[in-house]
Design a protein around this ligand. Structure first.
Ligand SMILES: Cc1ncc(COP(=O)(O)O)c(C=O)c1O
Length: 407
């Protein structure tokens, strides 16, 4: 109640305009309600459901992973749990592993350890973009780009991928560039399509960003979201945009490779080809503190040199991919074969993907509707469901497509 001592303040909204804008983002609101009040939200903990929604584990974590954490928990000195910044050993391990993966000699000083891919992306945007600057990314996107962009006071600019190949549409990206463009986000291997963008396309992208930067009179940066760069199938070699465009900020998360997204650790890396890295280093170090000491916990930093060599069983994911593709295709579903990440992005048999996901839900099969990815007419299956869920789900997938055809 307002009184004379505490007059009601009516001249300002309760929340900052920016926070209110984030809270109002339709895809974020939809995700929140999907996780809380939808059929999935209400039934997500029911035993016996087949959960293909989020990239969460549905089997016990491997002993090797747990053992590594256990070993590194034991303090070796009185500073074990003191404040940590960018631990030298963790940085060196990350740089060496990036070099093994990409054959690019990353320097440990160019690895900025973060609490996962989220903060690496947020930090990259804040490092190079000013409020009002535009950030281009492709639909279907990881559904949290828009909140991260909006929270930074930036403007999301969305273009569509090529619907046939699931490749980036370079013509659409070129057309979307304006004098306010500061960043293009690229996500390969892609969530949700599973596409890995080939070097030929990345070379063309780099060339177009060079031309556009020159035309704008300022540098357009590329933020390469590589959360899934170790989850690749069929022996495919992953190529990073950082190999072709020196102004690339590479965001990585261990959450996918370890299938332990609750253990928050990742990094932002600068390629050795990036000019003026010394200035960028100072900016990133300042941001790591000012964004809220976004370094990973001490335990994860100690464990990283060992954990860095650990991966979930990608061959098992690939078998699951193949099993589902074979079965779903035989039932009449249309889908691409993903080259990486751990998702299948499937054409919904009816245009209303939300209605179709409900048909699946009524058979205990839970997937994410394409609407969550601003791409109606599709649904996403996460291959992190366990093998038992895959087998149990097959009759549900078959019955739902029959129902959708009026059967
Ligand atoms: C494409 C993409 N980028 C970034 C992230 C963030 O990863 P993390 O939760 O490990 O920070 C995710 C997680 O789902 C993702 O799918």
């Amino acid at each position: 109640m307002a009184d004379n001592n505490h007059p009601r303040v009516v001249t300002r909204a309760k929340f900052s305009a920016r926070a209110a804008a984030v809270a109002a983002i339709p895809s974020l609101r939809m995700l929140n309600s999907y996780l809380s009040t939808s059929t999935y939200g209400l039934r997500r903990n029911d035993p016996g459901i087949c959960d293909f929604t989020l990239g969460n584990p549905h089997q016990m974590p491997p002993e090797a992973y747990v053992d590594t954490l256990r070993r590194n928990l034991t303090p070796q000195n009185d500073q074990w749990f003191a404040y940590k910044t960018n631990g030298a050993e963790a940085r060196a391990a990350a740089a060496a592993s990036l070099e093994r993966l990409l054959e690019v000699p990353f320097e440990p000083e160019d690895i900025y350890l973060t609490t996962g891919g989220f903060t690496a992306i947020a930090m990259a945007l804040k490092a190079v973009a000013d409020p009002g600057d535009e950030v281009i990314y492709s639909l279907p996107p990881w559904f949290l780009y828009e909140p991260i962009i909006t929270e930074a006071g930036l403007v999301p600019v969305k273009v569509r991928i090529n619907p046939e190949t699931f490749d980036l549409d370079l013509t659409a990206i070129t057309a979307a560039i304006t004098p306010r463009t500061r960043v293009v986000i690229v996500n390969s291997p892609n969530n949700p399509t599973g596409r890995i963008y080939p070097p030929t396309l990345l070379v063309k992208l780099a060339a177009l960003l060079e031309v556009a930067s020159a035309g704008n009179g300022h540098r357009i940066y590329l933020v390469s979201d590589e959360a899934y760069n170790r989850i690749v199938f069929d022996g495919t070699r992953f190529h990073s945009p950082a190999e072709y465009y020196p102004y690339t900020l590479l965001a990585y998360s261990f959450g996918k490779t370890h299938l332990a997204p609750g253990q928050r650790v990742g990094y932002l890396a600068l390629p050795p080809t990036m000019p003026d890295r010394a200035e960028m280093r100072e900016v990133l170090e300042a941001l790591q503190i000012s964004l809220g000491w976004i370094y990973p916990n001490a335990l994860l930093q100690y464990a990283l040199p060992e954990l860095e060599r650990f991966s979930i069983d990608v061959a098992q994911l690939q078998r699951r991919r193949d099993r589902l593709i074979e079965e779903l295709t035989a039932m009449g579903y249309l889908l691409h074969r993903p080259e990486g990440s751990f998702y299948l992005f499937v054409n919904s048999p009816i245009p209303d993907d939300v209605a179709f996901t409900e048909m699946l839900a009524s058979r205990d099969v839970f997937v994410l509707p394409g609407a969550l990815f601003e791409t109606p007419g599709f649904f996403r299956i996460s291959l992190t469901a366990n093998d038992q869920m895959v087998e149990r789900s097959l009759s549900g997938f078959a019955a739902a497509i029959t129902e959708s055809r009026g059967g």
